[in-house]
Structures are given as structure tokens and as C-alpha cells.
Design a protein around this ligand. Structure first.
Ligand code: ADP
Length: 561
């Protein structure tokens, strides 16, 4: 078989080849996107049409021409439908026009059935300089109308979207598509004249061969992604096409063979090159995206950091302010309690004188009232004392006069002092010193006055929170520590309350039931004082109603027995 290469056949070959490549390249870039698939379909059908037409006009046998004419028509029936799909997917109007698409595809099927009959193409006959050209049958005109109606519809949609869109990039895309439609269909469509025996040669095929316009469109599209890919693709495609042309225009077989071999080599090398560039570009895109994400995350982090820094400085300011307020409060407390102490002492003193009969014998009712005044003053004196202690502790003004003294004797002393109170409430008390061998020392190194206050407070609590039963005080020694335990059979302490008991103003949930006038300060003061003297204070209780034991642990003194 030998081909005649002239202006028309070469235009068809170039057009077909570039259409094929353009479809393939776009498709390879994204195989899942509808617009890429549609683009591949419309370009493949165009390529098959142009190769078919080339084979028909250069055919040397009629049978071959009939076969290639059928091939070109099968493809060309579906070119406009595929192109229509391409347009509606690129313009995002697929949903809107999909019914029309189905209708066009169905009409296409009718022509497909008609294609092998003489109703469609009467014959393939030589015309002008072409070996064979299809000769239109009686129904061919309907196919022609169908063809151009479809193209006009696609153009209409493109034009409409071109006007509607405000996106500059989209506008450009639609503009390119319009240009391509005019080139491809205007050019390819020029063969209709000679099919209908109108003596106009298909010069328009040159336009069709201007398929680089398609690549132009593709370039435009890929500029959106990356120019580098397209540059590589264009270089490779140009190389392929020029080699193909050289094969076609070669006069000697050797020359054709060499160029053929070269083409084969550049096809393989070109595909590899494009693939590697695509890989690199997608990698770079990923890196760029990662960098962008990182930048965003960094920005967010920076913002968060700033907020944190601000919150921190706010917190510091608030903290300073709180410290200031706390200091003020302590000063106020100290001043107020000092001011209260003097009149309180006077009230207590006069109440005591009244009770002792220094101002004459009191009537029994009067005595009761004065006694209440005296007791309330007594309570107030304790409370004021606690407040003063707290303000001293918090201002760091509490002084401890450390000395060695016998703590067992001190315990006994306190117990004796509180005995009347214990007996008044009907409780019994015991005092035990755990010293079977009689060789232990109860000398501790601490501030005697403060320890007396602490022991007094703990025993006082035992009295307050024990409605009936007994109070037992034991003194023992273990590992250079003296341990004072005050055990009562009183209301006990819930295990949830135990950890909070030694905090300021903290009372157990049911403390009020037993003793209304408590402040929740005594144990706080005791803990602060004992710890300042290297001791420990804690409580153990089996629970509500099961009594409790308060422990005071002090370091053994320097003078040992
Ligand atoms: P106050 O007795 O003035 O309330 P304290 O600081 O001395 O304050 O005691 C704190 C709380 O500990 C009391 O309110 C009470 O709930 C509880 N508590 C102290 N001693 C006993 C005890 N012996 N038995 C039961 N609960 C006690």
C-alpha cells in the first residue's frame, strides 16, 4: 500500500495525531474527572475520523475505502456528542443538559445503524484529486444537520457560560474552548462540501490540523497546575510530530526506517520524561501544600502563643493584685482584731467581776445573763486570737521561741486545765504515757506556748465534737519523735472531709450540728504552727460516728534522758 501525501492528507494526519495526544495527556493527568474523560473521548473520536478520512482519500482499493469510510463515519457520528459532553462537563452544566446529551446520543445510534447502508453514504467515489471520497446518500443531510446542531448547541452553552462567569480563569478556558470549536469543527466540517458534491475543496482541514490550538487550550489548563509539565509535553510532542512528518515526507525507505526508529525511541523516552516531570511536579505541589499548611499551623500556633503570653501576663497581674489584696486583708485583720481585743478584755473582766460579786450580789436571772456574756466573750477571745495568729502567720510575723521542754508534762497540764470542761459535758478522760521500760524522754524542742495552744485546741475540739463517751490522751515515742494522740469517741470524720480539714475556714459537713460557733480556723493555725516547728499534725477516723484521733508529732529535744 502506498499513500499520497499532500496538503490534505498531511493535515488530517497531523490533526488526528495531535488530537489523540491532547486527549491522552489530559486524561493521564486525571483519570477520574469527567471533563478529562470526555475530552479524551471527543479527541479519540476526532483522531479516528481523521485517520479514517486519510485512509479513504488515499485508499487504492474500493473495498478498503468502503471499510475506512465506515470507520470514519462511526467515529464522526459520535464526535459532536462526545464534544457536547466535554463542553457540559467543563462548564459544569452536566446536570442541566444531561437529558439533551442522552437524546443526542440516541439520535447518534440511529445514524450508526444507517451508516453501513446506501441511505447514509451512497458510495465512495474518486473526486478531485482524492482516490475515494464518500458520496452523500438521501439521509446524509439529516446527519449533517444533527452534526451542526450539536456543535451549535455546544457553542451556545460555551458562549452563555463565557458571559455568565466572573471568574477570569474560567472565562479564559471557555474562550479557548470556543476558539477550538471553531477551528476543529469549522476545519473538519469543510469535508461536508465534497460529500454533497459541492465543488469546494476541504481547505479547512488546515484549520483542523491546527490542533495545537487544542494543546494551547491544554497549556492554558495546565498553567493552572504547572507550566513545567506542559513545557516538557510540548517539547516531546513537537519532536514526535516533526519526526512523523519526516517519515511521511521521506522519499527513501532507509530514511523512513531511520526516522521511524528515532520516533520509536523518542516516544518511549518522551513518555518516561513526561512521567518523571509529572511525578516531580506533583511532589512539589504536595510539598508546597504542606508548606502552606505548616505556615497556617504556625500562624495559628503563634496566635495561640500570643494569647497564652497575654493570658499569662494577665494572670501575673491578677496574681500580684491578689497578693496585694491578701496583704491588705491580713493587715486589716490584724488591726481590727487588735482593736477588738481591748474592749473584749474589758467586757470579759467586768463580767468576771460581776460574777464574783464585786458589785454586789446578783439576782439568779442576772447571774445567768452575765454568765452568758462572760462565755461569749471567752469564745470571742479565742476567735480573735485565731485571727491574730493567722494574720501573723500570713505576714510571716509569727515568732517561735524554740526551747527544750517535757511535752508529757505539758499535756497533763492542759488536760488538768480543761478537765472542768470535760466533766461539765459528762465525758471521761484518760492520760497515758507509753513508757513501760521507763527509759524514754518526752523532751521536745519547740515553742512551748504554741504547742500548748495546739494541744489545747485539739483537746478542746475533742470535747466539742464528742457528745458522749471519752477522750484519751497518749504520749509515745518512736524514731526520735514524740507522738501525742488525742482519741475521742465522738462524731468522727467522713473520709472525704479529712484532706480539707486543715485548710483555712474549713469545717466538716455536719460540724454545725454539733458546734455552731466554730470558725474552721483552729486546725489551720495548729498545722501552720506545728509545721513551722518541724512537726506534723494529722487526723485518722474510721468514719462518721466512729470517733477520731488527732496526732501531733514533734522532734525530740537536744537534752535526752
Ligand atoms: P472549728 O472547730 O472552729 O470549726 P477547727 O479548725 O478547730 O475549727 O476544726 C475544723 C473542723 O474539723 C471542725 O469544724 C470539725 O468539722 C472538724 N473536727 C475537728 N476536731 C474534730 C473532732 N475531734 N471530731 C470530729 N470532727 C472534728
Amino acid at each position: 500500500m502506498s499513500f499520497t501525501f499532500d496538503y490534505y492528507s498531511i493535515s488530517l494526519l497531523i490533526g488526528g495525531f495531535t488530537a489523540f495526544l491532547s486527549g491522552l495527556v489530559v486524561y493521564i493527568h486525571n483519570r477520574k474527572k469527567l471533563e478529562n474523560i470526555a475530552w479524551l473521548l471527543s479527541n479519540i473520536t476526532s483522531a479516528i475520523w481523521s485517520f479514517g478520512y486519510f485512509l479513504t482519500i488515499t485508499a487504492t482499493s474500493k473495498d478498503f475505502a468502503i471499510w475506512s469510510d465506515w470507520v470514519l463515519h462511526v467515529a464522526s457520528i459520535y464526535i459532536p456528542a462526545c464534544y457536547f459532553l466535554s463542553v457540559i462537563s467543563i462548564t459544569d452544566t452536566y446536570e442541566k443538559y444531561k437529558k439533551q446529551l442522552v437524546a443526542f446520543a440516541l439520535i447518534g445510534c440511529i445514524f450508526l445503524v444507517l451508516a453501513p447502508t446506501t441511505l447514509f453514504v451512497r458510495d465512495v467515489i474518486p473526486k478531485f484529486q482524492f482516490n475515494f471520497v464518500p458520496d452523500a446518500g438521501p439521509l446524509y443531510i439529516y446527519y449533517t444537520i444533527y452534526f451542526f446542531v450539536l456543535v451549535l448547541c455546544a457553542l451556545y452553552i460555551l458562549f452563555q457560560q463565557y458571559q455568565i462567569t466572573t471568574d477570569k480563569i474560567q472565562k479564559n478556558r471557555y474562550g479557548y474552548m470556543i476558539l477550538f470549536t471553531l477551528l476543529g469543527f469549522g476545519g473538519g466540517g469543510s469535508v461536508f462540501f465534497i460529500t454533497f458534491n459541492i465543488p469546494i475543496l476541504p481547505y479547512g482541514l488546515l484549520l483542523f490540523s491546527l490542533y495545537p490550538a487544542v494543546s494551547g487550550y491544554a497549556i492554558f489548563r495546565y498553567q493552572l497546575f504547572n507550566v513545567k509539565v506542559i513545557t516538557a509535553e510540548l517539547v516531546v510532542f513537537t519532536l514526535w510530530i516533526s519526526l512523523l512528518l519526516r517519515i511521511l515526507l521521506a522519499t527513501q525507505t532507509v530514511e523512513r526506517l531511520i526516522n521511524g526508529g528515532l520516533l520509536l525511541f523518542t516516544v518511549v523516552a518522551g513518555i518516561l520524561l513526561i512521567r518523571s516531570v509529572i511525578k516531580e511536579v506533583s511532589l512539589r505541589e504536595k510539598i508546597e501544600n504542606l508548606a502552606k499548611d505548616l505556615e497556617k499551623a504556625n500562624g495559628a500556633l503563634e496566635g495561640a502563643n500570643n494569647n497564652l503570653a497575654k493570658a499569662n501576663s494577665d494572670l501575673a497581674t491578677v496574681n500580684d493584685r491578689l497578693k496585694e489584696l491578701d496583704q491588705l486583708k491580713s493587715e486589716f485583720l490584724s488591726l481590727a482584731t487588735h482593736q477588738i481585743r481591748a474592749p473584749l478584755t474589758a467586757i470579759k473582766g467586768y463580767a468576771s467581776l460581776l460574777l464574783e460579786g464585786d458589785y454586789g450580789e446578783l439576782a439568779p436571772e442576772t447571774r445567768g445573763a452575765v454568765n452568758t456574756i462572760f462565755q461569749s466573750c471567752q469564745n470571742l477571745v479565742v476567735i480573735v486570737g485565731e485571727f491574730l495568729d493567722i494574720s501573723r502567720i500570713e505576714q510571716g510575723r509569727m515568732k517561735y521561741e524554740m526551747a527544750d521542754f517535757d511535752v508529757s508534762k505539758l499535756c497533763e497540764e492542759v488536760l488538768v486545765e480543761l478537765k472542768p470542761n470535760i466533766e461539765k459535758t459528762g465525758l471521761t478522760s484518760s492520760f497515758t504515757v507509753d513508757d513501760k521500760a521507763g527509759d524514754k524522754s518526752w523532751i521536745v524542742n519547740a515553742d512551748q506556748g504554741k504547742i500548748k495552744q495546739v494541744i489545747g485546741n485539739v483537746i478542746d475540739n475533742a470535747i466539742k465534737y464528742t457528745p458522749s463517751g471519752s477522750i484519751a490522751i497518749t504520749v509515745s515515742q518512736k524514731a526520735k519523735k514524740v507522738l501525742i494522740a488525742v482519741t475521742d469517741t465522738g462524731i468522727g470524720i467522713d473520709k472525704d472531709d479529712i484532706p480539707k480539714l486543715f485548710s483555712k475556714f474549713t469545717r466538716a459537713k455536719d460540724a454545725n450540728k454539733q458546734n455552731v460557733i466554730g470558725t474552721g480556723l483552729g486546725l489551720y493555725v495548729a498545722k501552720q504552727m506545728v509545721e513551722a516547728q518541724n512537726g506534723r499534725v494529722w487526723v485518722e477516723s474510721k468514719g462518721k460516728g466512729l470517733g477520731s484521733t488527732f496526732f501531733i508529732e514533734l522532734s525530740i529535744g537536744t537534752i535526752e534522758k
